[in-house]
Design a protein around this ligand. Structure first.
Ligand code: NAD
Length: 492
């Protein structure tokens, strides 16, 4: 990525209002939410506690903009140019955005620079390219002995409500914004109340890049207030949600009122599988990164690791050795690999799972403790000899905890890997390419990585089987989910 601006963290300022119709505003309620730095427990700033009235206003503006001749008349290629301009603005301000992402989400800034920021730039650039290529088909139709000329159009769904989580606020919010705008929709986005800062700065950059006012609106607030109001709103045509499966099910209920289109990117309990013929050094490090990256707060974290019995001890040791090298600390420290968990609540949740693992008889190989006096730090935690029925092997922990489970053969591991209500992702480590593909085809997962993990690109669909979600994001498939297909048919 090209060099970014001369950003000085000592003089950082924060956008901390709602953005509605190009205007920065406080919430109608006048109330605010404190935004905390999870590494220090200090308050960074406050953002509006948006409620129904704020959502109503934002949806009204998004609707008016969507229907305005000015928005409709933007040529697709020019809409693509705006998205390309946004990509460039993000590139130019990458240091600042990485800083904001580290500050309120706690993430390691050096990883934010090489993962979150390029991913954000790429999705705007990729979707920008699609704007001028959204064509239809010409189905050959004859009916009742007569000939017709028929064609299909891809039309924007309309007003999109987007709700994003706290683990990758900038990148995952951008997936939704870029795809919706590329399709010609307008957007009201509610970021997570824990991590709003990068999204607010992104929205400002979108305006600077030439996005018309009202096309992207941001309302801050809690999920049960602003989030629910958005998902229930009768004038929102589609809701796109990334977050927990528990809330995803509520979103489906809220959306029923006006039969909104719904895309859900939900939780996971992804399996990693190490066969005895794998490069075990590569697999050990890969498996450790696959679960501990971002302190385990990754929807596709491979938090269950199945290891073939003959190499079990060796792999447990390799994962343990790799984890021992990961430096835990303040995400703003350039040497940090694992930042804090996002909040005290999250730290308590994860520690509760550690306790349950111990009580249910798993073997604690290393970790299992919180770190430091201030901040929500935690050691990477490795459990071996885990029974697949234990809570730590069944439920999404969303923290730096891995459950390592032995297996005998291919059939057994496929069964165990699929024995979960989730189906987001999986990884396989082996030198046998036929076996790798054979197993990949049998796994119930939206993404399967072979001898690698977490390779995400805007050109590849992303999403889950089973209770990990509905539909796919990014890629052509993700983009088309922001359109309705219309068939036009004329008698010749
Ligand atoms: P969450 O479900 O608690 O919150 C997600 C968003 O939903 C937040 O903006 C929150 O304010 C909002 N929300 C909460 N309750 C709501 C309600 N009743 N109505 C409407 N909105 C509501 O999830 P989280 O804790 O922010 O994120 C962690 C979860 O997200 C994990 O389960 C993780 O697996 C999942 N996740 C999935 C993906 C994916 O692509 N599949 C990516 C990242 C995170």
């Amino acid at each position: 990525m090209s060099a970014s601006s001369n950003f000085d963290a000592n003089h950082a300022t924060f956008r901390n209002q709602n953005l509605i119709g190009g205007q920065w505003k406080d919430a109608v309620s006048g109330k605010t939410i404190a935004v905390e730095n999870p590494a220090t427990e200090g308050i960074i700033t406050h953002v509006p506690q948006g409620v129904q009235e704020d959502i109503d206003e934002a949806v009204r503006v998004a609707r008016t903009t969507f229907q305005s001749p000015a928005w409709r008349k933007i040529r697709p290629i020019d809409r693509g140019r705006i998205l390309e301009n946004i990509a460039r603005k993000v590139e130019e301000n990458a240091d600042e955005l990485a800083y904001l992402e580290s500050l309120d989400a706690g993430k390691a800034i050096e990883f934010a620079k090489v993962i979150d920021l390029p991913s954000t730039v790429d999705v705007f650039r990729y979707m920008g390219g699609w704007c001028s290529k959204l064509g239809g088909t010409t189905p050959p139709i004859s009916f009742d002995g007569r000939e017709y000329h028929a064609y299909t159009r891809r039309e924007p769904i309309g007003v999109v409500g987007a709700i994003s989580p706290w683990n990758y606020p900038l990148a995952l919010g951008s997936w939704k914004i870029a795809s919706a705008l590329a399709a010609g929709c307008t957007v009201v986005l509610k970021p997570s109340e824990l991590t709003p800062l990068s999204t607010l700065r992104l929205a400002e950059l979108c305006l600077e890049a030439g996005l018309p006012e009202g096309a992207l609106n941001i309302v801050n607030g809690y999920g049960h207030e602003a989030g629910q109001a958005l998902a229930r709103h009768p004038d929102v045509d589609k809701i796109t949600f990334t977050g927990s499966t528990v809330v995803g099910k509520k979103i489906v209920e809220y959306a029923l009122g006006n039969m909104k289109r719904v895309t859900l990117e939900l939780g996971g309990k992804s399996p990693g599988i190490v066969f005895a013929d794998a490069d075990l050094d590569q697999a050990g490090l890969g498996a450790a990164l696959a679960v501990f990256f971002n302190s385990g707060q990754v929807c596709f974290a491979a938090s269950r690791l199945f290891v073939q019995a003959s190499v079990y001890d060796q792999v447990v040791e390799a994962v343990s050795a790799a984890a021992g090298q990961f430096k835990v600390g303040n995400g703003l420290d350039p040497d940090t690999m694992l930042g804090p968990l996002v909040s005290r609540r999250q730290q308590e949740r994860v520690m509760d799972y550690v306790q349950s693992g111990i009580e249910q008889g798993a073997r604690l190989v290393s970790g299992g403790k919180t770190l430091g006096e201030k901040g929500y730090f935690m050691q990477p935690t490795i459990f071996a000899d885990v029974d697949p029925s234990m809570r730590i092997a069944q439920e999404e922990i969303f923290g730096p905890v891995i459950s390592i489970i032995p297996f005998k053969d291919e059939a057994e591991v496929i069964h165990m890997a699929n024995d979960t209500s989730y189906g987001l992702a999986a990884n396989i480590w082996t030198r046998d390419i036929k076996k790798a593909h054979r197993v990949a085809h049998r796994l119930q997962a939206g993404s399967v990585w072979i001898n690698c993990h977490g390779v995400i690109d805007p050109a590849a669909p992303f999403g889950g089987f089973k209770q990990s979600g509905w539909g796919r994001e990014i890629s052509e498939e993700g983009l088309l989910a922001y359109t309705e297909t219309k068939t036009v048919c004329a008698l010749l």
